[in-house]
Design a protein around this ligand. Structure first.
Ligand code: ADP
Length: 158
């Protein structure tokens, strides 16, 4: 059986926390589709095409990782992509409560898609895209928080 996982998110911008979850998922699945949700595009900090470009740059040597965008329900996208798993990262109890609601609702809608959670690495437990955005807005250096090569891209846009 082909094991394909969808890792959905905004990645606005991608952080080392996201990168770590994606890399750790590679040996667990045949394919990992990093899927950027386009639903909240109007309010995004970085444009969708730039977020796609950065993710492709980070994982360009990894044949099992695919980067794409989607709109609509994540479970509908999974069906379209023939993916049986939704991958999510857990940082805190608050993440758990949030994910529990979504995961259980998704399961009621499509019982044959399983949501799989990976606990984040302790050093990334406080790292979020929203804090990274705040640092950028205020002119700080985000190099240690985003994947290699991305801080320079952020600065170029800045
Ligand atoms: P959303 O738009 O759903 O909030 P994000 O783009 O912020 O999504 O994150 C996508 C996924 O990555 C979520 O499962 C989230 O829990 C996980 N994630 C975000 N930050 C981290 C981190 N620092 N460590 C591990 N997982 C993370």
């Amino acid at each position: 059986m082909n094991r394909t996982a969808v890792f959905p998110g905004s990645f606005d911008p991608v952080t080392r926390g996201h990168e770590s979850i994606i890399r750790r998922a590679v040996p667990l699945f045949d394919k990992v589709i990093v899927a950027i949700g386009g639903n909240a595009e109007k309010n995004s900090f970085f444009p969708l095409d730039i977020r796609v470009e950065w993710l492709r740059k980070i994982f360009n040597r990894e044949p099992k990782i695919e980067i794409t965008t989607y709109s609509g329900l994540t479970v509908d996208f999974c069906k379209e992509a023939n993916a049986g798993y939704i991958l999510r990262g857990l940082r805190t109890a608050a993440d758990f409560e949030f994910e529990r609601g979504i995961g259980q609702m998704n399961r009621l809608m499509v019982p044959d898609i399983e949501t799989v959670f990976l606990l984040c690495e302790p050093e990334y437990a406080s790292l979020s895209s929203s804090i990274v955005r705040d640092i950028i807005r205020n002119g700080g250096d985000v190099k240690q928080f985003v994947p290699k090569g991305i801080a320079v891209e952020i600065r170029k846009r800045g």
